[in-house]
Ligand binder design. Structure first.
Ligand code: 3NM
Ligand code: MG
Length: 568
């Protein structure tokens, strides 16, 4: 039996000077990364050198083993079973890591014996399951993100691709085989990647005896440049270990809360508390949005008690994300390459600061450019809330699937479409809309809002789905009203985050989760619209807008004063 291994941080070496930095050698950097072996931030090391000859590799393994052995971190060699045999004979190596083009696992096992650790890289569900069947001891799943360290990667799979492989492993009975992900992982994304990649089936998928369904978390992350290229490799390893631990146990950011499994439903008290906090704390709603929407979104933000900043400059996001109470809205209305680069920068900044992000995938399915933009944005970080209409939410959902799964899901959705309207447009029936928000929320582990005459909102486990049937058709006659709902949601989510932070330790913040905050923002927005639309002064969309702003402000002040009449 191979030894048991802590896969939380898996260091893969690379001799490229551009990664190592001037004057540094692989052995020196690994030595620095493993300094203070009793702290054990790195659980396993792989010598990866595509160009070295066997004799050089044996020498390097001998030198590396001086550091890995005291740290009790197994030392593996990439690709080369022949080198592994020789190095194991000398006691300088504990196994091999195989790619899909290398010697197969069964043969390698015969050559290396039962105690060798044999890992395999998998990019697809089939490769992952086959490797386990063949007796792999662990899997390296990837490529998560395109990375300059390895440019010939076969598939960039994102966190949804990793999650699909973990699910397939559970379903094939290999849930116990450790798995790490690889490709573009650094301290700034490790926490949310580990969190987002985990396969966590909804509670109602358990068996009839009520046993909890089996899920599967990543065991850790495999990195090259995050440690080999770090100025202080030991500190980088420690930082990664901490981020992986938080991703497994706490969620993507400090403000994230796992929603309760069995929530006390439909109590207006938490909604009221969130709106009060919104009123009192004036959260900053940073909108990266299109030109048409900027004015109304800013006015809506002011009316609900938030402070709007309209800035499409991604470089400014680092400072804005650090301001107390900040939240980001990304409205993909202007899908230029420049704006996309700005979104990516802003997402990193808000994730790093642990501040909430609302993503509005405007027109997501309309063009190839927008579909690609959705994939880029989804890969760029953790998004706390995704809000869109049916077509947009469906595009976001399908964008995370491989071709085969996408074709199957599209066919299934087709069966649930109902004919509606004189224009012959098709929409999903209510049950299918509920399923769609659940599936996307459970996969991305964020709150999903599907807007329509009835809005469907799923919590971030895909367990609770709320239907909101308020608002008024007049909202559809004014430009920017869908987008400004995202602004209000961002302010409410930010207010909830502040509330939780203030009351943490107080223990009474159970209900103040992102899901409830989203519902609070939607309740305020839709109630105000419904109230405004029926006022005698309102004769159409032109007179509706000022009345709507008035009602938003009035309802928010009433909620803040604990006056429930606005809900009527
Ligand atoms: N294998 P970095 S990606 C060695 O996808 C390797 O199988 C990959 O480097 C795969 O941590 C990769 O610097 C390089 O992004 C990872
Ligand atoms: Mg290989």
């Amino acid at each position: 039996m191979p030894p048991s291994v802590d896969y939380s941080v898996y260091l893969v070496t690379d001799p490229t000077p551009a990664i190592l930095g001037p004057g540094r050698t692989v052995v020196e950097v690994v030595g620095a990364a493993l300094a203070e072996p009793e702290k054990k931030h790195i659980g396993i090391v792989q010598l990866r050198d595509k160009d070295a000859d066997a004799r050089t590799m044996l020498a390097t393994l001998a030198a590396l083993h001086e550091y890995t052995a005291p740290a009790r971190a197994p030392l593996l060699v990439n690709d080369r079973v022949d080198v592994a045999v020789a190095a194991m004979a000398r006691g300088h190596c504990e196994g091999v890591h195989l790619g899909q083009d290398d010697i197969d696992v069964a043969t390698a096992r015969k050559m290396l014996g039962p105690d060798a650790i044999i890992g395999v890289t998998a990019s697809t569900v089939d490769e992952a399951v086959t490797a386990c069947r063949d007796g792999a001891d662990y899997l390296g799943l990837g490529t998560v993100f395109a990375t300059p360290t390895k440019t010939n990667t076969k598939h960039v799979v994102g966190t949804s691709g990793i999650q699909r492989m973990l699910q397939a492993l559970v379903e094939a009975g290999f849930g116990h085989i450790p798995a790490v992900c690889i490709g573009g992982i650094h301290t700034n994304n490790a926490r949310r990647v580990v969190f987002q990649s985990g396969y966590r089936p909804a509670a109602d998928k358990g068996d009839s005896e009520g046993a909890a369904p089996q899920g599967k978390e990543l065991d850790g992350v495999a990195v090259v440049s995050a440690i080999m290229g770090a100025a202080d490799p030991g500190a980088a390893a420690a930082g990664l270990a901490e981020k992986v631990r938080l991703g497994k146990t706490q969620g993507p950011t400090d403000f994230y809360r796992v929603p309760p499994t069995n929530p006390a439903q439909a109590s207006p008290a938490p909604v009221q508390r969130i709106l009060q906090a919104l009123h009192e704390t004036t959260p900053l709603s940073h909108n990266m949005t299109n030109l048409v929407v900027q004015n109304i979104a800013a006015n809506v933000a002011l009316a609900v008690g938030a402070s709007p900043i309209m800035s499409n400059n991604g470089d400014e996001a680092t400072d804005l994300a650090r301001l107390p109470g900040s939240a980001l809205v990304i409205n993909m209305g202007t899908a230029t390459p420049e704006s996309l680069a700005n979104y990516v920068k802003a997402i990193s900044a808000y994730n790093a600061a642990g501040r909430p992000i609302v993503f509005d995938p405007v027109g997501a399915g309309a063009t190839d450019i927008r579909r690609a933009a959705v994939r880029t944005i989804m890969a760029a970080g953790y998004l706390d809330v995704i809000k869109g209409n049916e077509g947009e939410i469906q595009t976001v959902y399908l964008s995370g699937l491989n071709d085969e799964d996408r074709a199957r899901e599209e066919a299934e959705a087709g069966a649930h479409r109902q004919q509606r309207g004189v224009d012959g447009s098709n929409t999903l029936d209510a049950a299918a809309r509920g399923r769609l928000v659940r599936k996307l929320a459970a996969r991305e582990k964020c709150v999903v809002v599907l807007t329509g005459a009835v809005d469907f909102v799923s919590d971030s486990r895909g367990e609770r789905v709320a239907e909101v049937a308020d608002g008024h058709p007049m909202l559809g006659e004014v430009t920017g009203t869908g987008c400004s709902l995202g602004t209000v949601i961002s302010a409410a989510v930010s207010a909830a985050a502040t509330l939780r932070k203030e009351s943490s330790g107080g223990g009474d913040d159970e209900e103040i989760d992102t899901f409830t905050a989203v519902l609070a923002g939607m309740a305020l927005y839709e109630r105000a619209a419904a109230r405004a639309a029926v006022l005698p002064s309102v004769n159409g969309p032109g007179t509706f807008v000022p009345a709507f702003l008035d009602e938003l402000s009035r309802c928010r002040r009433a909620a803040a004063a604990n006056d429930m009449s606005w809900l009527a």
